[in-house]
Design a protein around this ligand. Structure first.
Ligand SMILES: NC(=O)c1ccc[n+]([C@@H]2O[C@H](COP(=O)([O-])OP(=O)(O)OC[C@H]3O[C@@H](n4cnc5c(N)ncnc54)[C@H](OP(=O)(O)O)[C@@H]3O)[C@@H](O)[C@H]2O)c1
Length: 249
């Protein structure tokens, strides 16, 4: 057992060192899914209904890094709506990083929505540099699909009643989008776990007790079996833990 050094004398990681630590595997020939979450110490995924109350500057840095290094940001409709998603913005660091790594200027956002419940008026569709990708079903009302397509979204049918998440990832890979940064939420995450589609979890643990009543980071139908993970790195700042777990091959 090891006691983590927590002193101020420990070296701070530079942006480049963080980037190396969180880099996606090179030469991917399949979709590779990283999932980002922040949780309170007692396991809540929200405080007052949103994740922001749990976050910190260090967590936000890791969250932004996930976007910077990815080909596509994957999110469930619940999170996109509650958190007021809009297209990924350019920042000086993001622009420099992505140009150096040979990535597109900004990653598109891909939304999983079985019922196609995303309105074309949402900033996710209306305020973005790149069109969002809407991963939906045959059962979704045809007029909603048509309205989103008319607003510029890339609407992709990947399931009959529910989104088949493996097909969804394949559809992203067909568009050259293999480095997937999933930002939740809990129902999408449990679907990915059940389908065995998670490669890495970046989990920030906030030094906070949120109490009962909030979602956990995975919600929905129980999974058949637990996935074994290895702890790949541990960072700390201001009492927050930034954990990175890899699913065992
Ligand atoms: N702590 C954190 O890091 C964190 C991260 C993200 C979100 N959150 C919080 O989580 C809450 C939202 O939770 P949530 O579980 O509702 O979010 P979610 O997983 O983002 O959204 C659930 C919705 O996504 C769609 N969906 C997901 N998987 C699907 C599948 N396999 N097939 C078809 N549709 C699928 C469905 O949309 P349709 O109903 O449109 O079919 C479903 O209602 C918010 O309060 C947010 O703040 C916290």
């Amino acid at each position: 057992m090891h006691l983590l050094p927590l002193g101020d004398a420990d070296p701070q990681l530079s942006d480049r060192e963080l980037e190396d630590l969180y880099a996606y595997p090179s030469d991917l020939d399949r979709p590779w899914v990283q999932v980002n979450f922040v949780s309170s110490a007692d396991g809540a995924a929200t405080a007052a209904g949103r994740s922001d109350g749990l976050s910190s500057p260090a967590d936000k840095k890791i969250f932004a890094l996930g976007r910077d290094l990815s080909d596509v940001v994957l999110v469930g409709a619940g999170t996109a709506i509650v958190e007021g998603y809009r297209g990924v913005k350019r920042t000086e660091l993001r622009t420099e990083r992505r140009a150096r790594l040979g990535l597109a200027e900004v990653p598109p956002i891909a939304v999983v929505t079985g019922r196609c419940s995303i309105s074309p008026d949402l900033p996710l569709v209306a305020d973005t540099r790149v069109p969002p990708i809407v991963l939906t079903t045959e059962a979704a009302p045809a007029d909603r699909r048509a309205d989103l397509a008319a607003a510029g979204a890339d609407v992709v049918i990947v399931g009959e009643e529910a989104v088949d998440l493996r097909r969804a990832l394949d559809a992203l890979a067909e568009r050259g989008l293999r480095r997937v940064c999933c930002e939740g939420g809990p129902h999408l995450f449990s679907g990915l776990i059940s389908a065995g589609l998670v490669d890495q979890l970046c989990l920030t643990v906030a030094p906070l007790l949120a109490g009962a009543g909030a979602f956990r980071i995975a919600e929905g139908l129980p999974s058949a079996a637990a996935l074994d993970m290895t702890l790949a790195s541990v960072l700390t700042e201001d009492g927050y833990l930034m954990l990175r777990y890899r699913v065992r091959a």
